[in-house]
Design a protein around this ligand. Structure first.
Ligand SMILES: *[C@@H]1O[C@H](CO)[C@@H](O)[C@H](O)[C@H]1NC(C)=O
Ligand SMILES: *[C@@H]1O[C@H](CO)[C@@H](O)[C@H](O)[C@H]1NC(C)=O
Ligand SMILES: *[C@@H]1O[C@H](CO)[C@@H](O)[C@H](O)[C@H]1NC(C)=O
Ligand SMILES: *[C@@H]1O[C@H](CO)[C@@H](O)[C@H](O)[C@H]1NC(C)=O
Length: 212
């Protein structure tokens, strides 16, 4: 074999391996994903609209179960639409901008403001402030993961809910509740990693997500 053609082959192989090995990461996201927001006591749509930067009528489109928009029931769930992007070519998510209030920490922002749609660690990863010195009244990044589905698992589901599981909930119990076979639900949550306290799973939204 000619030396230069040998070199070319080697070069092509390197390029091929590069793309092959980075295949697990994302290339593009999708226009729409839903965040399942567990309504805390005293919360309201105005606040949810502000946190997620979406207009109330847009949110209501995905929540036909809401009877009276002026007083949503605490302890129920609201689906909040957001766009799901491929961040850093690395994973699917969306970064919301949140303005810190006095007394906020990454932990309280994750668990109370965003009701476990993200974790303390995941917020810390995308902000310059050290966790013990987060100033009040500054914008910070809050990244929420999402899914656009997986055609290798099933082509029947295109819209996914980022769903923080509550105590007592599990992937099998949720799959049964929304009427999705467990192997599919597991297939859509292959990377599920509960280390760091994350209880976030992705559920297909083809069937309406039950309100609890
Ligand atoms: C809406 O909820 C936010 C956050 O819980 C609260 O600060 C605000 O007072 C509430 N607004 C109304 C009109 O209830
Ligand atoms: C978001 O996704 C990344 C990549 O899969 C993962 O490492 C991280 O733990 C996830 N974050 C949360 C809060 O689940
Ligand atoms: C939020 O993310 C952007 C883009 O990565 C970055 O430039 C900015 O510094 C981040 N904000 C904070 C408060 O860390
Ligand atoms: C959020 O997560 C924390 C820690 O796992 C848990 O104690 C809390 O009950 C969760 N909040 C909701 C509303 O599920």
């Amino acid at each position: 074999m000619h030396i230069s053609s040998y070199k070319n082959t080697l070069f092509s192989l390197t390029i091929f391996l590069f793309f092959f090995l980075s295949e697990a990461k994302c290339r593009k996201g999708c226009d729409l994903a839903l965040a399942s927001y567990f309504v805390p006591e005293g919360s309201n749509l105005t606040y949810i609209s502000k946190i997620f930067d979406r207009k109330i009528p847009e949110i209501l489109l995905f929540n036909p179960q809401v009877g009276n928009p002026d007083s949503i029931q605490s302890g129920t769930r609201i689906n909040v639409p957001f766009s799901c992007e491929c961040l850093n070519g690395d994973f699917l998510g969306h970064t919301f901008e949140y303005v810190t209030q006095r007394g906020d920490t990454y932990a309280t922002i994750a668990s109370l403001v965003f009701v476990n749609l993200t974790t303390e660690y995941w917020i810390q990863r995308v902000n310059i402030y050290v966790p013990t010195e987060v100033p009040a009244f500054v914008p910070i990044n809050v990244t929420v993961n999402c899914s656009c589905g997986d055609r290798h698992v099933s082509r029947d589901y295109g819209l996914f809910v980022t769903y923080p599981m509550r105590p007592g909930e599990s992937l099998p119990s949720l799959a049964a509740e929304i009427g999705v076979p467990l192997d599919l639900a597991e297939g859509f949550n292959k990377g599920f990693d509960s280390s760091g306290g994350s209880r976030i799973v992705f559920l297909p939204a083809k069937v309406k997500v039950p309100v609890r």
